[in-house]
Ligand binder design. Structure first.
Ligand SMILES: [Zn+2]
Length: 79
């Protein structure tokens, strides 16, 4: 594999899955980590989220899940 990025930053295992969320979105923390961050996933559409993402997941009811809010409150950087 020839990456050729020219720097030593760690490579993320994979990209997040971002799907068009539907009306039954339900976010929860998973047991997985991505780049040292807790990985959250939507059970309905399969989208994934970590704290470093510029957007914030919202449940189908229109509120940010408690688990996501507390993860946001932890601030940037790996856990
Ligand atoms: Zn969703």
């Amino acid at each position: 594999m020839n990456v050729g990025l020219g720097h030593d930053e760690p490579v993320t295992d994979r990209d997040l899955v971002i799907s068009a969320c539907r009306s039954e979105c339900s976010w929860s923390e998973t047991a997985d980590r991505l780049d040292g961050e807790r990985l959250f996933a939507c059970e309905a559409c399969g989208s994934e989220w970590v704290r470093s993402q510029p957007w914030t997941p919202v449940d189908w009811e229109g509120y940010v899940p408690d688990a996501v809010q507390s993860e946001r409150a932890r601030g940037p950087g790996p856990s």
